[in-house]
Design a protein around this ligand. Structure first.
Ligand SMILES: Cc1cc2nc3c(=O)[nH]c(=O)nc-3n(C[C@H](O)[C@H](O)[C@H](O)COP(=O)(O)O)c2cc1C
Length: 210
């Protein structure tokens, strides 16, 4: 299917069919797509929590402005950002580059020193803002991959991150929840599923400079 047809097919699913599950192959595709998301300097300061457990998802509904998609979808994806980010994370990244590409230290070290220096002048708040921006890139990537793979999804900011962090014990993983994405299959009676897309005409959302 042409990519634009896939993007037309995708919509923010309001009601999932709670009886339908995604296959483990489909979940693997989403996990790999998340991993292949571009991140600043390749540092991957984001992590994906994949929740299938229905009981946990039911307990999260009240912390999601009672939006049932969280429990009725097949799985709930929680895109998290790293809380503390230190020089050790930069060191680990470069040792991974070295392992994967066998790049010599003489080439890696100047870049590593530059990154250590750059990050040392950032506040925790600066880092969180940057990491959250990267979480949105992962969300966009996952939304498009879902569309191509015919997986229904609903991008969501409508939840209480502090409560999610508590319920999922994210602090113990040095994480904070940033965005959520329930994935699964649309319900036959989702009133949104046959509605036309509402978008400004292209000439109102795009400026072309030739
Ligand atoms: C960052 C972001 C946060 C959103 N949060 C919610 C949400 O909490 N609940 C919801 O039902 N839809 C949410 N949406 C879905 C939007 O309302 C939806 O994408 C928009 O109306 C366009 O419709 P479409 O995606 O079906 O084309 C969110 C979308 C984005 C991109």
């Amino acid at each position: 299917m042409h990519i634009i047809e896939s993007l037309q097919w995708r919509y923010a699913t309001k009601k999932f069919d709670a009886t339908k599950k995604l296959t483990s192959e489909q979940i693997e595709v989403l996990k790999n797509a998340f991993s292949l998301t571009a991140t600043s300097f390749g540092l991957q300061p984001i992590k994906l929590v994949v929740i299938e457990n229905k009981e946990i998802r039911e307990s999260l509904v009240e912390h999601s402005f009672n939006q049932r998609q969280v429990a009725d979808a097949s799985h709930l994806l929680v895109i998290c950002i790293q809380d503390d980010f230190t020089t050790e994370d930069i060191e680990k990244y470069f040792s991974l580059v070295k392992d994967v590409r066998q790049t010599p230290d003489e080439i890696l070290n100047p870049f590593k020193d530059y990154l250590v220096d750059t990050f040392s002048s950032k506040t925790k708040e600066d880092m969180h803002t940057s990491f959250k921006n990267q979480a949105y890139i992962a969300l966009g990537n996952l939304l498009n991959v879902c569309a191509v793979e015919k997986i229904d999804s609903c991008p969501m900011e409508g939840f209480n991150p502090e409560k999610y962090d508590e319920v999922l014990d994210l602090k113990s993983h040095n994480l904070k929840s940033a965005l959520i994405l329930p994935v699964g299959h649309r319900a036959e009676d989702d009133f949104m599923k046959d509605l036309k897309k509402v978008r400004k005409p292209l000439d109102k959302s795009i400026i072309e400079i030739k």
